[in-house]
Design a protein around this ligand. Sequence first.
Ligand SMILES: Cc1ncc(COP(=O)(O)O)c(C=O)c1O
Length: 385
Amino acid sequence: MSHLMPNYSPLDVAFVKGDGCYLTDTNGEQYLDALSGVGVVSLGHCHKDITKAIQSQAAELVHTSNWYHIKNQEELAKKICTLSGMDNAFFGNSGAEANEAAIKIARLYGESNNITEPTIITAKNSFHGRTMATLSATGNPKVQSGFAPLVSKFIHVDFNNIDEINNHSKNTDIVAVMLEPIQGESGVIIPQVDYLNEVRKICDKNNWLLILDEVQTGIGRTGKLFAHQHNNITPDILTLAKGLGNGVPIGACLAKGKASRLLVPGTHGSTFGGNPLVCKTALTVLEVIERDGILDNVSEMGNFLSSQFKEKLRNSKKVHEIRSKGLMIAIELKQDCAVLLQRALENKLLINITGKTIRLLPPLVINKDEAGILVSKVCSLVEEL
Ligand SMILES: Cc1ncc(COP(=O)(O)O)c(C=O)c1O
């Protein structure tokens, strides 16, 4: 009998070693990892510079608490604000925590404007995390089921529909709009190109905060360091996690302007958040991304994968649509394809299935040979379905 709570249903495999885009299981079998631990291990497994950074920082200092200055945390905040155009940062340990901080800042923003029922607009089919506030923000009844009463004052609108947001312009309780630039968990749903620009304008007009949840799209996944940079806009609050630590748990909530002055002593905190170890790791992740031209690789490999899938599957009767931005890729089929998860595993490939959609989030360091193998394995799975 397992002594783990049964909230996951893991596939029947355990990995003992990782190297780049490959994982090795307990029997010594190698698997191509096209999921990166759900968009986390962006620089690949056991990247040598990340391993070195973890080892040397662990030998020096791991944790002190936020009751003292943490040099690496200040350095990371400076670096990530410079790269994003944001003003300051709070560090937690996960995407959900980054979003909790964002929601708390939005509520404080409401309070500072004498709004007693501060309300946040979020999107249907969004995913923002599993804590009570973030699952309430999430636009998916399955995630919320069983957890009533939810945290109140979230309004869910259709994603990629400007009118739906505009319709709330007269609602004086609204304090923020919170969106993923591309909806990841619901199957790589990409809005029209100027959607975020239009939302930015509405927020400016109504004095609402724009919160962008880039927990999945951030840190290079779409070919820019942050997905909203494709739109040349800056949010008021930006949340990050996943790729930022390459597997070491870290979440970040960045704020700008009026949103950056609301968390004051006593309003928020995290014992582990932003410790010397995770911050050194995240600093190294950002350095490697810059030094090794990782964003160029994301664009190049993203274009290669997308064009290969489109070409090889163009006559397939099983494919409904192929969507991608950088290395966030979805192949939506016309039928449910849950069985492909196990079949992919048997073919030594790790992927994600969401309903009728195959979702791929390969490491950002994937090379052409590995991308070619990925195309051929996925196309065979689709054709044999
Ligand atoms: C867009 C988005 N926000 C938030 C989260 C939650 O992050 P975490 O699981 O680290 O709490 C996720 C996780 O998949 C996500 O994709």
